[in-house]
Design a binder for this molecule. Sequence first.
Ligand SMILES: Cc1cc2nc3c(=O)[nH]c(=O)nc-3n(C[C@H](O)[C@H](O)[C@H](O)COP(=O)(O)OP(=O)(O)OC[C@H]3O[C@@H](n4cnc5c(N)ncnc54)[C@H](O)[C@@H]3O)c2cc1C
Length: 251
Amino acid sequence: MAGAAVPGRLGGRLRWHTAELVERRAESATAATLVFDVDGWPGHLAGQHVDVRLTAEDGYSAQRSYSVASASGGERVELTVQRVADGEVSPYLAEEMAPGDLAELRGPVGGWFVWRTEQTEPVLLVAGGSGLVPLMSMVRTRRAAGSRVPFRLLYSVRGPADRLYAGELARADPGLDVTLLYTRTAPDGLPREPGRLTPEDLVQYGWPADFEPTCYVCGPTGFVEKAATYLVMLGHAPERVRTERFGPTGG
Ligand SMILES: Cc1cc2nc3c(=O)[nH]c(=O)nc-3n(C[C@H](O)[C@H](O)[C@H](O)COP(=O)(O)OP(=O)(O)OC[C@H]3O[C@@H](n4cnc5c(N)ncnc54)[C@H](O)[C@@H]3O)c2cc1C
């Protein structure tokens, strides 16, 4: 019966899957990418996230959300975790978890903050800090699909040492323009003074509103609220500005 497939699929998303860490690589001084082999993983779309649950030997457990960094369609799930000072879960994931260790994953979650390869309009990606992670999945999905949709990425980051995926983003990817906006320390010789994202940055490095791009904004709540407000102020239709906030989650 066709209808039975829907509860089945939803059930898969709500179910906790056992995930084994198979690889961990440093992404910056304070962030790491974790590659998981997930038992029965249904696959994900670019932009979606998962819930990660860790359980201690005494039964105490903690759960947080993390965006999937890898391109859609892969069988493994890659997450990039930025260590939050005094955080409970992120220091363990970013620094301690070792290949062979187990966690549980649930998802993928989210149907609005996604980019599908069938989309043809220009795309503007605006990332603050680790908010780059789901946008990187979109960049990788575009590349893997051989899509020619023009992408522009504005990536706001404290300084050169904090950049995620620095090598990958420096490599040529035709049709993808990457602009780094440093907030505290910038390499010598850049015309832009270090500082937070401004409407002028979006005018200079983004798309004009009349190109009707879909805009994806992700990062800490304050960053996302500012960036989305500026985009609408610059004439982008609110329904074309999709946002994901990396506020605290779980418990
Ligand atoms: C949909 C979604 C997707 C996310 N994807 C990612 C991702 O791909 N990579 C990633 O690194 N994080 C991501 N996060 C954030 C992540 O869920 C955790 O909030 C973060 O890792 C901190 O968890 P913690 O247990 O270390 O800190 P907690 O123990 O929860 O918090 C410790 C302290 O840090 C503050 N804090 C908590 N979260 C943040 C934050 N994100 N930024 C700044 N301060 C914070 C708290 O207010 C508190 O003061 C995502 C969040 C959401 C909602």
